[in-house]
Design a protein around this ligand. Structure first.
Ligand SMILES: [Zn+2]
Length: 92
């Protein structure tokens, strides 16, 4: 029998709390680190980080650069703008 893969906790880079997948957005970086995007499917390959679906956590992640540190890549401002616009779509 194959050993069960340990599931890594999904911790928000903003508030550092663990939440369920539905309450979070996944941001994924490709292997070369050249591309960072919001992983809508939650299944994209690559190094991922999570942030809660709320403005405070997204702004905190931006302010503290937590997302950059989690993914070890520079996060463009555009990505934060995208996160916020996704959030608005969910709230509407
Ligand atoms: Zn959070």
């Amino acid at each position: 029998m194959e050993a069960q893969k340990r599931r890594r906790p999904r911790m928000c880079v903003g508030c550092r709390e663990e939440k369920t997948k539905r309450e979070m957005l996944r941001i994924v970086r490709n292997a070369s680190g050249e591309d960072v995007q919001i992983d809508i499917t939650g299944k994209a390959p690559g190094r991922g980080a999570y942030v809660c679906l709320n403005r405070a956590c997204i702004m905190e992640a931006k302010k503290t650069n937590a997302l950059s540190r989690a993914l070890r890549v520079r996060i463009p401002d555009l990505l934060y703008a995208e996160l916020l616009s996704l959030l608005e779509g969910k709230e509407a």
